[in-house]
Ligand binder design. Structure first.
Ligand code: NAI
Length: 256
């Protein structure tokens, strides 16, 4: 099916595109006409995903990227620009979870979540914005940054405190960056998905606890990854020219 919003003429970087939501969005963006940069640490995996996009007639390139490392973020944008020109569409999707009761989680695991899920988003958005502004986004109004939040930003759970706190921080970061760049032609919006089965949580959903979690949702089901397609394409496209600093929850009502 043809994607609902066109990304023709856009150059998009998707972080964490080696699996799950990121890989799914990369394929979607390719089908919507964007030149897609797939950023992740596992370049063999992003090469494979980029190959599939090219085989389907799209334009795509894998770039090595560790979002926790500023040098790696800069190098990824350099590689992206060299191949496809200025990146005008950014999806800050890379994320990890290190669940467990806060009294048990190690300081190292806590820090890894902060570094990836907050600092990684910050560094990705900031480097993209610097380059967009230098390339004239103030005049073109072309900049689109989409942040991946989570319904955990609103919930009080037992066992993902740092993850949830960093997702809430991402949403607030998004509102602040939107304010900061509102005159620079860069829109920043956050999408909060519900629970979707990916590598992040697939092991959990195979357990009794995971099955009980699904039964606890009002509609007794996980959110389908495809539910994110139209909302994220919209925020990435020209259609959202006048939408910035906003948030959209896509969770099949799981948080209610
Ligand atoms: P996933 O584990 O399949 O994908 C995460 C991706 O981020 C992987 O490709 C991983 O390699 C990459 N990544 C991790 N650390 C990185 C780093 N330092 N530099 C570059 N890439 C890195 O998980 P999923 O579910 O696709 O998650 C994607 C985003 O969606 C995350 O931000 C997650 O928190 C968020 N999310 C996921 C939900 C779910 O239920 N699956 C629900 C709400 C939000």
């Amino acid at each position: 099916m043809k994607p609902r919003y066109s990304l023709e003429g856009r150059t998009a970087l998707i972080t964490g595109a080696s699996s799950g939501i990121g890989a799914h969005l990369a394929a979607l963006f390719g089908a919507a006409g964007a030149r897609v940069l797939l950023g992740a640490r596992r370049k063999d995996r992003t090469e494979e995903e980029a190959g599939k996009i090219r085989a389907a007639g799209g334009e795509a390139l894998a770039v090595e990227l560790d979002v926790t490392d500023e040098g790696s973020v800069i190098a990824a944008y350099d590689a992206a620009e060299k191949a496809f020109g200025t990146v005008d569409t950014i999806v800050a999707n890379a994320g990890i979870s290190r669940d467990g009761r806060s009294t048990d989680v190690s300081a190292g695991d806590m820090q890894a979540v902060v570094d990836t899920n907050f600092s990684g988003v910050y560094l990705t958005a900031r480097e993209g914005a610097r380059r967009l502004i230098a390339a004239g986004s103030r005049e073109s109004g072309a900049g689109r940054i989409v942040l991946l939040g989570s319904i955990t930003s609103f919930a009080n759970h037992n066992g993902d405190a740092t993850y949830a706190a960093m997702k809430a921080a991402v949403a607030h970061l998004g509102r602040n960056l939107a304010r900061e760049w509102v005159r620079m032609g860069i829109n920043v919006n956050t999408v909060h998905p519900g629970y979707i089965e990916t590598e992040l949580n697939a092991d959990f959903y195979k357990t009794e606890g995971g099955e009980a979690h699904i039964r606890s949702f009002h509609r007794r089901r996980l959110t389908a990854v495809e539910a994110l397609d139209d909302p994220i394409l919209f925020f990435a496209s020209d259609a959202s020219a006048m939408v910035t600093g906003s948030e959209l929850i896509v969770d099949d009502g799981q948080r209610l």
